[in-house]
Design a protein around this ligand. Structure first.
Ligand code: ZN
Length: 170
């Protein structure tokens, strides 16, 4: 596994629609391993392949329930993710992005979603997510379509130091 450099705006790859993965080969396995290493070292709670300059539809999300420290964070790897259900209920909260360091913004997202996709071996998977996990998935899947949180934010502001990616505001 290797850490890969995270690209920041205005890198064009961040605005491109990423390609669907069709081969679940060793190259993909290396990409996934490197994305896991990179999101853990960043540290972040999610990473989309375009953020390491690879225009492919792969995301990794690592998120633990803040209220229960005994439960280790869960790692999700989703290839060709697609949101097949958005809840009507929406929540506005503060987001940041590893590719837009130094900024945060308030973004409205669905409170819960269902994500469909494949695991790293190409087997179909389905994830139901609510709350912060749902928000992280929506943020990462947006990256695959070249959409950034600043496009959706009602307001954006500068933050001191390094902004954490999609994290609770305080
Ligand atoms: Zn991001």
């Amino acid at each position: 596994m290797a850490f890969r450099e995270i690209v920041t705006i205005p890198e064009p790859v961040l605005r491109r629609k990423a390609r669907k993965v069709s081969e679940f080969d060793s190259e993909l396995q290396t990409l996934v391993d490197d994305m896991v290493e990179t999101v853990q070292q960043a540290p972040g709670v999610g990473l989309a392949a375009p953020q390491i300059n690879v225009s492919q539809r792969v995301i990794v999300v690592e998120y633990g329930d803040d209220e229960d420290e005994d439960v280790p964070p869960k790692l999700y790897i989703v290839v060709n993710p697609e949101i097949v259900r958005f809840s009507q209920e929406k929540i506005t909260a503060t987001e940041g992005c590893l590719s837009i360091p130094g900024f945060a913004g308030e973004v409205e997202r669905s409170e819960s979603i269902t994500v469909k996709g494949s695991n790293r071996r190409g087997q179909p998977m389905r994830i139901k997510a609510t709350g912060w996990l749902a928000r992280i998935f929506q943020h990462e899947i947006d990256h695959l379509d070249g959409v950034l949180f600043i496009d959706r934010a009602e307001r954006v502001w500068k933050v001191e130091g390094e902004a954490r990616q999609v994290a609770p505001a305080d």
